[in-house]
Ligand binder design. Structure first.
Ligand SMILES: [Zn+2]
Length: 67
């Protein structure tokens, strides 16, 4: 497996949501190692995180019924 291979966007997204696998999972370990050395993917990861936070904020803005 080449270190020059960038992980797919969906893989990054799953990882950022903590749904790719456990921290010991070889796929997760390899992805994190790649992120440490790849600014391009780190950039993408930041954008995905920002997007996810915006989505969450939008959901929180929904009116909550008060009793
Ligand atoms: Zn990369």
């Amino acid at each position: 497996m080449s270190m020059n291979t960038h992980p797919a966007g969906w893989k990054l997204e799953l990882h950022l949501m903590g749904r790719l696998g456990s921290p010991e999972c070889p796929v997760v370990v390899r992805l994190e190692e790649h992120l440490l050395g790849c600014h391009r993917c780190l950039d993408q990861a930041e954008k995905i995180t920002e997007f996810a936070q915006a989505m969450r904020a939008a959901l929180v803005d929904e009116p909550v019924p008060v009793r």
